[in-house]
Design a protein around this ligand. Sequence first.
Ligand code: NAD
Ligand code: IPM
Ligand code: MN
Length: 358
Amino acid sequence: ADVKKIAVIAGDGIGPEVVAEAIKVMNKTEELFGYKFSFEQGLFGGIAIDEKGTPLPQDTLDMCKRADAVLLGAVGGPKWDNNPKELRPETGLLGIRKALGLFSNIRPATIFDCLKEASTLKPEVLEGTDLIVVRELTGGIYFGEKFRREGENGQEAVDTCVYNVAEVERIVRQAFEIAQKRRKFLTSVDKANVLETSRLWREVVNRIAPEYPDVELEHVLVDNCAMQLLRRPSSFDVIVTENMFGDILSDEAAMLTGSIGMLSSASLGEGAFGLYEPVHGSAPDIAGRGIANPIATILSVALMFRLTFGYEDAAKSIEDAVAEVLNAGHRTGDIAVDKSKAIGTQAMGELIVAAMRK
Ligand code: NAD
Ligand code: IPM
Ligand code: MN
């Protein structure tokens, strides 16, 4: 049979806790649908710094390159927060995205109706909200030159933001194509009133737009977009934006769904290969307590099945199982209105596995 190789890099904090539940979901998928997966685990992030002296060991990267898809938990934590750049878990995360050519980060914010009460927004504002943030992932200020220098008034720090035309084109094309398969409405977010990279971004978007005449396009400045996301979330369909704006806006969009523990993501390049991870981080404040919400990671597996393997039936089965468990009233602490009734990470994972059907 066609065995899909999945590289698993659980990372730090709640990473291993939520990834364990996602693996149960993949095992259940094999049972139900007859698909076959082989798993390989690798060290990544803070734990890799501790054990191998680097956040992205060569053998972990090689393992990912051999795989058909990567499942990632999360990295980072206070233990490594004062380390120099090369010894930071986050540097490993940026490194793996770059090394694997994953320039496109897809972050869907889909509202489960029964979770409207879990959001901090009014239910009527959330009505009909179903949006995707398409975040450029391997350029911009994250990857520009960074340095310190002595200025006239003492030490200065410099981060440079660079985008070239080709980088903007490929992410914007992906976003247009995603919009074509949805409600055909694309919002390009920039800060073209101030930033030169944003002016280039907007030029490229406008030049490409006529190739997608069926998609309606709007340009929104990022500060306004942050506000509009809370004012009229249901009016957005696909949002495309540069690396840092996408990082910030997707965490904001998470709260439309009730919790950052609900937001999944796919990081893609030109081909089918992808890296799948929750949008949230290692949550050091709740790590090790078995209370993290595993749904973001489990929904990331559904994205892997759909986008890398074309297993739509299995993807749907996972999403339906999540909906069923939530509809039945089961909640982890982050999405529970009555926190005293909250269930743990494992219980949530196992309920979802039990609810999966062919
Ligand atoms: P975070 O996303 O880890 O946590 C923010 C808040 O959300 C915390 O209160 C946390 O408890 C809660 N939360 C997050 N995920 C949750 C889940 N699944 N269930 C329930 N609650 C959840 O962001 P942070 O605190 O700013 O960052 C912590 C560390 O994680 C930092 O080192 C940061 O660099 C790193 N980080 C890593 C990634 C990644 O690996 N992709 C993403 C973001 C942050
Ligand atoms: C994310 C994270 C990362 C990012 C950090 C940990 C480097 O916040 O995946 O959203 O900013 O891309
Ligand atoms: Mn982030």
